[in-house]
Write a protein that binds this ligand. Structure first.
Ligand code: DX5
Ligand code: ZN
Length: 225
């Protein structure tokens, strides 16, 4: 994960009936983002370990799994078994976050915590030094195609300060409502992993969408304050 900006198309917006073809069309991306929703932590239900296994078999890209589930403490192992390379769980759903991170690391995967828009970055203070990535939700999780919450930009800058105070530099992922028109601002505020569902899988040509998203995102790098 050395590229400055990583593009992570979310298969939530793909055609599940042709998932291998859909994932193949996104091969110029850097990661494949898989959204697991349980109908409890979030209102919607998406897919689980079997679907993840199929995605994993369909791509050579690292698979970035976003667990929007209650009680991730009891579920992370099965997602690691199914092939998660990066595993994100929600701060709001976890009981023992340090233990979950240890389990993920023991299995050789990258560990990441997601924060809902209403959760301040200060909650990460006791654990930030153990994380490979932080996921800043830029919509309330549960559905694709929602509108980007503007206050996320300020939150991204706060996260950058928190990381600097701790002398760490985890990847920072943004997820939700990312479009060509706001991706540079997200990057300028500190994001370097870009999740895009509708922007990629609802585009006529996925390769063009990925290329354009990357081009817009890279413009944000020079604007970093
Ligand atoms: C939302 C999911 C996102 C979703 C993003 O809860 O976590 O990953 O797929 O979709 P877009 O990019 O369409 O907002
Ligand atoms: Zn997601």
């Amino acid at each position: 994960m050395n590229a400055p900006i990583l593009i992570a198309p979310s298969v939530l917006a793909a055609d599940y009936g042709h998932i291998a073809d859909e994932v193949a069309e996104a091969k110029t991306a850097d990661l494949i983002h898989v959204d697991v929703m349980d109908g409890h932590f979030v209102p919607n239900i998406s897919f689980g370990v079997d679907f993840l296994r199929t995605v994993k078999e369909s791509t050579e890209l690292p698979v970035d799994v976003h667990l929007m589930i209650s009680n991730p403490d009891q579920k992370v192992e099965s997602y690691l078994d199914a092939g998660a390379d990066i595993l994100t769980f929600h701060y709001e759903a976890a009981t023992h976050a340090h233990r979950i991170v240890s389990v993920i690391h023991d299995r050789g995967a990258k560990a990441s915590i997601a924060l809902n828009p209403a959760t301040p970055v200060s909650v990460l203070e006791p654990i930030i030094e153990d994380l490979d990535m932080v996921l800043i939700m830029t919509v309330d999780p549960g559905y694709g195609g929602q509108r980007f919450i503007e206050s996320s930009l300020k939150k991204l800058r706060r996260l950058r300060r928190l990381c600097a105070e701790h002398g760490v530099n985890p990847r920072v992922e943004v997820d939700g409502g990312i479009v060509m028109g706001n991706v540079a601002q997200a990057v300028a505020s500190g994001a370097n992993v870009i999740v895009a569902g509708s922007s990629v899988f609802r585009a006529a040509d996925r390769a063009v969408a990925i290329r354009e998203l990357r081009r817009h995102a890279e413009r944000g790098v020079s604007k970093m304050a």
